[in-house]
Design a protein around this ligand. Sequence first.
Ligand code: OSB
Ligand code: MG
Length: 378
Amino acid sequence: MKITEIRIRKMKMMMKKPFSTSFGTFQEKDFLLLEAKDELGNSGWGESVAFHSPWYSEETLETNLHIIKDFLVPIVLGNEISHPDQVSELFGHLRKNNMAKSTVEGAIWDLYAKRNKMTLAEALGGARKRIEVGISIGIHENADELIETVAGFVEEGYKRIKVKIKPGYDVDVMQKLRAAFPDVPMMADANSAYRLKDTELLQKLDGLNLTMIEQPLASDDIIDHATLQANLQTPICLDESIHSLEDTRKAVELGSTKIINIKIGRVGGLTEAKKIHDYCAEKGIPVWCGGMLESGIGRAHNIALTTLPNFTLPGDTAGSSRYWEEDVISPEVVVEDGYITVPDAYGIGYAINKQAMDRFTVEELVFQAQPSTAATGQ
Ligand code: OSB
Ligand code: MG
């Protein structure tokens, strides 16, 4: 397949409610969408999950834009691509910038599936017709307000509740939450807010029957996590620390993690995500799909990935209406009794809501292959 045109949209969408983590609060979501067109007129979509500020990782919307337009676009516009797995190889000589790479790779996966009249899930090798989902809940003013929010989502049917924690908002809050919901599958995500010296505090979470604690220690650490895991009953799940299959192998071999949160953007795309999935399946490590407060495009990619068999724990892919007044896809992602039905239309399986997308577009950049190349289809 020949990529003839790439269009990048800078987007701005308002979240219905602010979302707070140990590293900051989101209300406005600035991000990129990327459309790749082929010589047959098909169109594939990708989303950059980089945030406006380098809070979660070092990548930002602007670094992604720079890497995509100055390095990645020239590569995909100039190369014949027969399978999306080739894209990560073509990008292999460029270090890191995984979210930028994933944006382009994701659009090409969607394009490839559409060309071959498959769903993205099928193209990835996934078989599930519906996926089980949980929800991630930001830091609240106090435990009472958190309990009220959680009650609403439990009522909606979400299959597990993930709660953000930070120093000063942890053991006491989690104890109250567990007391209010004795049987709900529950976990905590620290987004790297603790250090090994906090082991005693984190041990107080043992006994609350949490499915896992996500990324308690530094975002670049796998050594201290191994020490912490040896002193903790609750399984540790790594998020920020995992950027590749190699990172996964090292963390698993060291005993730093018992569960992996796979985020497509963080690991550089669907091809690497699949490799991590396969390795974890072999090692008996359950995986689940993390979220980055995505619009419908990124959400659709997450749904497709979650159809693979070792995604045995509910992920963070909640319904569109949890985040947005109106999403950029049609139909929107709907959660019913804690399940999302995997769409059966080709590619990502959702159509673009052009009107909404245009309304949230701040700027559009267009890149085309050399006209001679595009015209002859070589
Ligand atoms: O650590 O998983 C995380 C949101 C922003 C940045 C990091 C994380 C999160 C979430 C929300 O937990 C996941 C979602 O609902 O998309
Ligand atoms: Mg996390």
